[in-house]
Design a protein around this ligand. Sequence first.
Ligand code: ARG
Length: 273
Amino acid sequence: MKRRNFVLTLAVAVSLGLGAIAGCGSNETTGSEDGEKVLVMATSADYPPYEFYETARGEGEPVGFDIDIAQYITEELGYELEINDMDFNGIIPALQSNRADFAMAGMTPTEEREESVDFSEVYYEATNTIIANKGSGYDTFADLAGKTVGVQLGSTQQETAQEKAEEIGDITLEPRNKVSEIVQEIKAGRIDAAIVEDTVAKGYIQNNPDLEFLPIKDQEAAGSAIAFPKDSELVEEFNAVLAEMKENGEMEKLITKWFEEYYANQGAEEGAE
Ligand code: ARG
C-alpha cells in the first residue's frame, strides 16, 4: 500500500513535470490555496444517484456515486477536486478544449466518443428503461410507435432511440438538456415516454408515483466510464485507483451506499424532483 502510493505519487510528479515542460494549458497546473494541484471535473448533475443536488433548487454542491468516486481518486492521487456542472451535451467539448481535466457523468464509452476523448475502464454497468405514465406498459421500442419520446441531448439513449425510430418509423424524438425536464413533460402529458437508465429512472419514479419504468427487453448493458481529454496522462493514474477500489472493497461500498441504501432511506426525494 505504502509502496503503491509512492509509485503513484512519483507518476503524478513525473506527469505534472512533463506537462509543465510541454507548457500544456491544462487545469492540472492550477494551484489551490494549500498548494495542492486542482483537477476540474465536468459533470451534468441531473442524474441521481450518480450526480445530483440534494435540494430541489440546485443549491450547494452536487453529491452522488460519481462524486464520491472522484473524491476518492483525486484524494488518493494528491489532487484537490473542483466540480464544474454543465449540460451533458457540453461535457465532451469541455474536455476537448481543456476546460476540464476529466468528466464523470454516468457516461458510456462509445466508439464515436472515443474519437474525441479517452476513457477509463468501465466502473459500473446499467441498462435502459422506458419511463411513462403509470399503466402505459411500454417495454419494447415497438411499443413506442406513434409516440413522442424524450431523451437527453447528446446521450447514448438519444442515439439508440434514433436508430430505433429509423427502424420502426413512427417515433418522434424530443431531445432535452436535462432528464428532469423530460420527467416534468411526461407528467404534464406533453411527452409520452422517455428512455432513461434503470438506476436513474428508479430515483425519479420514487418521487413521482404517477409514473412507471419498465426495463427495455433485448437491451445491451450500458456501462459508465471516466472521460479525459485525448492522450491525458490521468487515464492510467485513474485506472490504477479504480482497480485498487475494486480490490479493497471501496467500490462495492459506494455501490451499496448509492444504489441500495440511498433509495431505501428515500433520500432521493428532493434531488429527483
Ligand atoms: N449513459 C448515457 C450516456 O453516456 C447517459 C448519461 C447521462 N448522464 C448525465 N449525467 N445526465 O450517454
